[in-house]
Design a protein around this ligand. Structure first.
Ligand code: 9QK
Ligand code: MG
Length: 273
């Protein structure tokens, strides 16, 4: 098979290490490229599963997109190859793993930690939007943490698949903005909404429109039924930012560049991200 940086990779180029996790279409392994000793994550996808779920074309498109994105807060895709039964994706290894596990463990983040994450995601999204790549689907499940604690959007491909499966079939609607829930045209401003949802969840430990039934979540989203609990205590600056992002009219949402100048971000985000 081919590869994004023209090199023809094969399984023999790697020493395979411990499993890092499993997804719907296969497993991810720690691996070391033999010549460079470079540590990577090798995602192994079964062609049978990909065919069965009719996601081959999406995978190719997402690989194409992801391989061209170069940003400190976007997980790198170095290349891919395939054999008879499997497709292998050569990914950057994020040493501190999945953000959602960290969020579950500490329930919610401090305002400084939340603001630092939100600012780095805003910078990654500004970069993506600049390359006409939108909709990076930035829920906690799609975020990994690098060795220095930096956030990485690791959402290439899956979320599009899960997006088509999870959001239309089952799974969380929580992150969908009104225009997507009402399935009308959507643009890069969908990412501002999702980042607002994420900011709320970082600070309170739950997404703002969570409800038992899908139909209730759906209604709360389209009504923008935004409420701030009294606990944990959160600054009014943070609530102001979230309120400016979770606006039904996508054109009225706070632009990402303005987000980086918002007092809550300026006063709380660690500049190194
Ligand atoms: O047998 C193939 O040619 C094949 C190639 C690819 C593929 C090619 C480039 C990039 C990428 F991500 C995937 N995906 C597949 C999925 C299911 C069945 C077959 C294939
Ligand atoms: Mg996606």
């Amino acid at each position: 098979g081919a590869a994004v940086d023209q090199k023809r990779w094969t399984l023999n180029d790697f020493d395979i290490g411990k499993p890092l996790g499993r997804g719907k279409f296969g497993h991810v392994y720690l691996a070391r490229e033999k010549r460079s000793n470079h540590i990577v994550a090798l995602k192994v996808l079964f062609k049978s599963q990909l065919k069965q779920s009719q996601v081959e074309h999406q995978l190719r498109r997402e690989v194409e997109i992801q391989s061209h994105l170069r940003h400190p807060n976007i997980l790198r895709l170095y290349g891919y190859f395939y054999d008879q039964k499997r497709v292998y994706l050569i990914l950057e290894y994020a040493a501190k793993g999945e953000l959602y596990k960290e969020l579950q463990k500490c329930k919610y983040f401090s305002e400084r930690r939340a603001a630092t994450y939100v600012a780095s995601l805003a910078r990654a999204l500004i970069y993506c939007h600049g390359k006409h790549v939108i909709h990076r689907d930035i829920k906690p499940e799609n975020l990994l943490v690098g060795a220095q604690g930096e956030l990485k959007i690791a959402d290439f491909g899956w979320s599009v698949h899960t997006f088509n499966r999870r959001r239309t079939m089952c799974g969380t609607l929580d992150y969908l903005p009104p225009e997507m829930v009402e399935s009308v045209e959507h643009d890069a401003n969908v990412d501002i909404w999702s980042l607002g949802i994420l900011c709320y969840e970082f600070l309170y430990g739950v997404p703002p429109f969570e409800a038992k039934e899908h139909s209730d979540t759906y209604r709360r989203i389209i009504q923008v039924d935004l409420k701030f609990p009294s606990r944990p205590v959160v600054s009014s600056a943070a609530k102001d930012l979230i309120t400016q992002m979770l606006v039904k009219d996508s054109s009225q949402r706070l632009p990402l560049k303005k987000l980086l100048e918002h007092p809550w971000i300026v006063q709380n985000a660690d500049p190194s991200g």
